[in-house]
Design a protein around this ligand. Structure first.
Ligand code: SF4
Ligand code: SF4
Length: 254
């Protein structure tokens, strides 16, 4: 069996990881978007000039969840088309059904797509004052930097659980959970092969980037991956804050 299919099997059988991923997804406040909007699933010409990307960051565990989902739900041709996309930063998300403003993989869409628009500019300001002396400056800066790119004025958000959600985001607990789950996915032989190039295990990338690594044909991988990697702007093995350091801040506060 091809390594990619073995990993999909592992994802399907490893219910614990899947449940943890689903629990994290379900903890985000519920949202409702207008039926005629899909603005966050594509980039404007102006956004294309910057460094924003749709569906980014996509964690390794999420990539395999989506691969497993499309294998189960779509015909072989569709799966093949989706897995052969290698554009690291497409202007339109490959899963957007443009004419319907719908998401082809809605039940398996990644975390970022689920949290887009949850926090308003006012709530970010409130969080900034609330956590200014409670969290390390770099944590707060990163949280505010990321979430200020996710503001949406058209979305409706169910506020129940919002404060817990803000706390989890500000402390980076959701990112840490996604990182840990991604670490649990067994390594693909290609990952090990390119580790000296990538300087570690790639835990975050994009759909196109992960496809280049895991789903590309052997001949393409051999002759092009190295060059592809040299041009990447979005693939990396993140330095995630340790639980210990988070606890230490809490202790100091106490
Ligand atoms: S989050 Fe905002 S931009 Fe994205 S689809 Fe919903 S309403 Fe549109
Ligand atoms: S995965 Fe779905 S929700 Fe996320 S950007 Fe693509 S089309 Fe939009």
């Amino acid at each position: 069996m091809a390594p990619l299919l073995e990993l999909i099997d592992w994802i399907d059988q490893n219910k614990l990881s899947q449940e943890k991923l689903d629990t994290l997804y379900q903890a985000a406040p519920q949202t409702e978007c207008p039926k005629t909007c899909s603005d966050c699933c594509r980039l404007t010409e102006e956004e294309m000039q910057g460094d924003i990307a749709v569906m980014y960051p996509l964690y390794k565990a999420e990539y395999f969840k989506i691969v497993s989902y499309i294998h189960k739900c779509f015909p072989e041709e569709t799966v093949k088309n989706l897995l052969t996309l290698r554009d690291e930063r497409p202007q339109i998300c490959p899963f957007l059904i443009v004419k319907n403003h719908a998401c082809l993989i809605y039940p398996a869409r990644p975390y970022l797509c689920r949290i887009y628009g949850i926090l308003s500019a006012d709530e970010l300001e409130m969080a900034k004052s609330l956590y200014q002396k409670k969290l390390p400056e770099s944590w707060l800066r990163e949280f505010l930097r990321m979430d200020s790119c996710l503001i949406c004025e058209k979305i409706r958000v169910n506020d129940s659980g919002k404060m817990n959600y803000i706390d989890q985001r500000a402390r980076g607990e959701d990112a840490r959970a996604l990182w840990k789950l991604s670490c649990q996915v067994p390594p693909h032989p290609r990952e090990i092969e390119v580790e000296s190039l990538t300087e570690g295990t790639l835990l975050i990338w994009t759909w196109g980037g992960f496809n280049a690594l895991y789903a590309s044909e052997e001949s393409w991988f051999r002759s092009h991956f190295q060059e592809y990697w040299k041009k990447t702007a979005l693939g990396f093995a993140p330095q995630v804050r340790s639980e210990k350091s988070a606890d230490c801040v809490d202790c100091e506060e106490g």
